[in-house]
Ligand binder design. Structure first.
Ligand code: NAP
Length: 223
């Protein structure tokens, strides 16, 4: 599967929110066939989305996961295991599972993570679906920018990937490069998701400080 060059790669996107629909649109426009998944077969947002886009279909989480050679988890972190369970363990087995979700919990009136430090959502997903090849990416920045890194006037800013399977990470990196990403930092196995997910708390603080969600991290090393 050469995701950036081969038109017709089938991708299942789980999640009909801003992130899922944004990724699904970008991928369909790039020539991939995309199935957008929801809890229900006739989700209004998914139906509307698929009606306006070529190579687009929609269905349940299970339909989308069965369709995808590569599957994307774009559901709220607290619901991700449930959504992926609905998608079906067999439909995820052996596939690259790109996890963009964050472990955010606003139930106490301030942003916190429901898992952090010595575990992460990415690892929870990998443990729950051991035959899937989970790759964490794209959770460290705004939904609009993830699709259009040039939106900041430069692509010299950072993305991170973590995952245990090198070939799966290579496929995800290739997909990200096809979006225009040039600074992709591989932070190791799926345990690297801990740091990536904890960045979201700092991200929210920076967003408040700069008054915009259109910013990103940059890694500067000594020349
Ligand atoms: N917003 C950003 O800029 C941004 C950036 C990076 C990462 N993220 C992360 O990306 C993920 C998606 O964000 P979003 O704002 O697009 O998501 P969202 O709108 O909150 O999620 C909607 C999707 O989650 C499903 N869902 C909700 N509750 C569920 C439950 N209890 N069980 C199963 N499925 C459930 C919905 O199913 P139905 O289709 O059936 O309604 C829908 O498909 C989140 O984890 C977020 O933290 C967001």
């Amino acid at each position: 599967m050469v995701v950036s060059q081969e038109v017709g790669v089938q991708i299942g996107v789980l999640g009909t929110g801003m992130v899922g629909r944004g990724l699904a649109t970008k991928l369909a426009e790039a020539g991939h066939a995309v199935c957008l998944g929801s809890r229900t077969a006739n989700n209004e947002a998914a139906t509307k989305w698929a009606a306006g886009i070529q190579r687009a279909t929609h269905g349940t989480f299970a339909d989308a996961a069965a369709f995808g050679e590569l599957v994307i988890n774009a559901t709220p972190g607290a619901a991700s295991i449930a959504a992926l369970t609905q998608a079906g363990v067999d439909h995820l087995a052996g596939k690259v599972l790109l996890d963009v979700a964050n472990a955010l919990d606003f139930s106490r009136g301030y942003p916190r993570l429901f898992v952090c430090n010595d575990d992460s959502l990415g690892e929870q997903i990998q443990r729950a679906f051991p035959a899937a090849k989970v790759v964490k990416a794209l959770n460290t920045l705004n939904a609009e920018l993830m699709l259009n890194p040039g939106g900041l006037g430069t692509t010299d800013h950072a993305l991170f990937v973590a995952g245990d399977d090198p070939a799966a990470k290579a496929k995800v990196k290739e997909l990200l490069r096809s979006f225009g990403w040039t600074q992709i930092h591989d932070v190791g196995g799926i345990g690297g998701a801990r740091g990536m997910e904890m960045m979201v708390i700092a991200w929210l603080g920076v967003m408040n400080a700069v008054g915009s969600a259109m910013f990103n991290w940059k890694v500067v090393t000594k020349a």
